[in-house]
Design a protein around this ligand. Structure first.
Ligand code: ADP
Ligand code: MG
Length: 248
């Protein structure tokens, strides 16, 4: 990857992927979805993964998020070899360190905004008083105090994704992995979500890896990784980080 980056604050690698492959099925039905992906991502970096539908973007993000494991190759997260871990250990890392944001939000429909935000803290066995204060802080920060008792179906798409991001952030993750976070949103809502993500990256140093279909949204990040048929086709640096004025 090029050394030529305008960002001064990049830290040690958060991800080191070496020859990561993932196939599904066996025999004649085997599908080779990722073929030898090698990629370093530094702490504080904002990476966009692009590529045609079916090129393996979500599979790669799921491996980085510990939701899946490679069939071959190695994946180091914060220096720890995660490809050797079993599912339970991966789930623990996911819950402790990774904020995952989904295109279709994946909120729990039967739970209020408040309860959705509280869920990751329950998994982490955070005590009741601390849960309360963390959820309150997040509601305040995202200007959603008045919406705390609403259910997801009562929110707009943009508001649902705000809850999705707040839920990802509430554990103070080392990284936010976002799989087409604006894919279901109108462009004005999408722009707001991108301003929010880039503000988190710039002002708080949160590492972000997003999958995006919108070429304009790659300009919010530092690095663009293009996948083609499960391989890295190109890695490029964004010329100049887009100047944004996040409201959060
Ligand atoms: P993208 O996110 O770039 O659209 P995906 O990573 O979702 O691509 O999928 C890449 C390919 O892998 C697709 O052809 C998809 O059908 C296949 N695939 C993904 N997950 C599975 C699975 N669990 N079982 C079988 N095939 C899968
Ligand atoms: Mg996908």
């Amino acid at each position: 990857m090029s050394e030529d980056t305008q960002v001064q604050t990049l830290g040690d690698p958060i991800y080191e992927l070496r020859g990561v492959s993932r196939s599904f099925g066996s025999g004649l039905n085997q599908a080779h979805v990722l073929n030898g992906i090698s990629l370093d991502i530094a702490q504080g970096e904002f990476v966009s993964i692009v590529g045609p539908s079916g090129s393996g973007k979500s599979t790669l993000l799921n491996i980085m998020g510990m939701l899946d494991a490679p069939t071959r190759g190695s994946c180091y997260f914060m220096g720890q070899a995660t490809h050797e871990l079993g599912e339970r250990q991966r789930v623990t890392i996911h819950r402790e360190h990774i904020g995952f944001v989904f295109q279709a939000y994946h909120l729990i429909d039967e739970m209020t905004v408040y309860e959705n935000l509280e869920t990751p803290l329950l998994y982490r066995k955070v005590k009741s008083a601390e849960r309360k204060s963390k959820v309150a802080e997040m509601l305040d920060r995202f200007s959603m105090v008045a919406k705390k008792d609403l259910f997801p179906e009562q929110l707009s798409g943009g508001q649902k994704q705000l809850v999705g991001i707040a839920r990802a952030l509430i554990i103070e993750p080392r990284v936010i992995l976002a799989d087409e976070p604006t894919g279901n949103l109108h462009s004005s809502q999408g722009d707001k979500i991108m301003d929010l993500l880039s503000g988190l990256n710039r002002d708080e140093g949160v590492t972000i890896v997003q999958v995006t279909h919108n070429e304009r949204y790659t300009e919010y990040g530092h690095t663009v990784v293009e996948l083609l048929d499960g391989s890295i086709n190109a890695v490029s640096q964004v010329e100049r980080a887009r100047s944004t004025n996040p409201s959060l």
